[in-house]
Design a protein around this ligand. Structure first.
Ligand code: G3P
Ligand code: CA
Length: 260
């Protein structure tokens, strides 16, 4: 199985990392709306799970960085989480933001972009989050136009058990590549997500030889994008979806709507 979104032997696909997070507060409705307005057609977001089992869109497992509050997501209900206003960016002019739920974000995007849901939760994970994420993606019409990614192989394994068709991105983290490739084969992950600090020609070559796509995060400068493009990576995560100008952008075409 390979990603229908990626066109091999073309330029890398752009994935808006946490929305247009270089301009708007990351993982917020403003950041996702701006990414769409900039023309992004593939958007990444991070999810954690609240005390009452809601899937909420936030990178960290606590509110310290996003809202300046020393509280863990898992210890708060969805309603309690939404009571904390998120910090504003110094030069951004955005409405007051709260942590959105995955459902709210999927509604906002409204199938105008492919969505990559990164399930957070570390090695222990969140009980039942995989079922919830898959259920929401299905209910909101994102089957076939979504991916799930994780640094946690147990999580990817569980998603694969639940959904033979979901596209999976295996985030490498600190695992040796050999072990990662074995785990990817086991849970039929089609793409390897690698940090720009770890990427090399040999990693790309090894992955491509095994029929795996290579996605690199997070690239915010044009020279690095060009270098990676020449190295034939398949997708690049960026906080600045307007970085390259949309004419150079390889657009995934699959089943996207105008949001109507
Ligand atoms: O999915 C790529 C990237 O988002 C993984 O790292 O820390 O930005 O979630 P992080
Ligand atoms: Ca992420």
């Amino acid at each position: 199985m390979s990603f229908p979104f990626f066109k091999s032997d073309k330029k890398p696909i752009l994935i808006a990392h946490r929305g247009a997070s270089g301009y708007a507060p990351e993982n917020t409705l403003s950041a996702f709306k701006l990414a769409l307005d900039m023309g992004a057609r593939f958007i990444e977001l991070d999810v954690n799970q609240s005390k009452d089992g809601q899937v909420v869109v936030i990178h960290d497992d606590n509110l310290k960085r996003a809202a300046g509050v020393k509280k863990k997501i898992v210890d708060l209900t969805r309603e309690e989480i939404s009571n904390y206003p998120l910090k504003k960016l110094a030069n951004g002019h955005y409405p007051p933001e709260r942590v959105p739920t995955l459902e709210e974000v999927l509604t906002l995007i409204s199938r105008r972009a492919v969505v990559d849901v990164e399930i957070k939760g570390g090695n222990s994970g969140y009980t039942g989050i995989e079922e919830k994420v898959l259920g929401l993606l299905e209910r909101k019409g994102y089957n076939g136009m979504s991916t799930v990614s994780s640094f946690n192989h147990e999580c990817l394994r569980r998603v694969r058990e639940l959904s033979p068709a979901m596209h999976l991105i295996y985030l490498l983290g600190l695992k040796p590549l050999k072990i990662a490739i074995g785990e990817m084969r086991e849970s039929h992950c089609e793409a390897l997500g690698v940090s720009v600090s770890q990427i090399s020609r040999s990693v790309i070559q090894l992955a491509h030889q095994r029929g795996l796509h290579v996605c690199v995060y997070t690239v915010n400068k044009r020279p690095m994008w060009e270098k990676l493009s020449l190295m034939r990576v398949d997708a690049i995560f960026t906080d600045f979806p307007d970085l390259l100008g949309m004419p150079e952008y390889e657009e995934p075409t699959l089943g996207l709507t105008n949001g109507e």
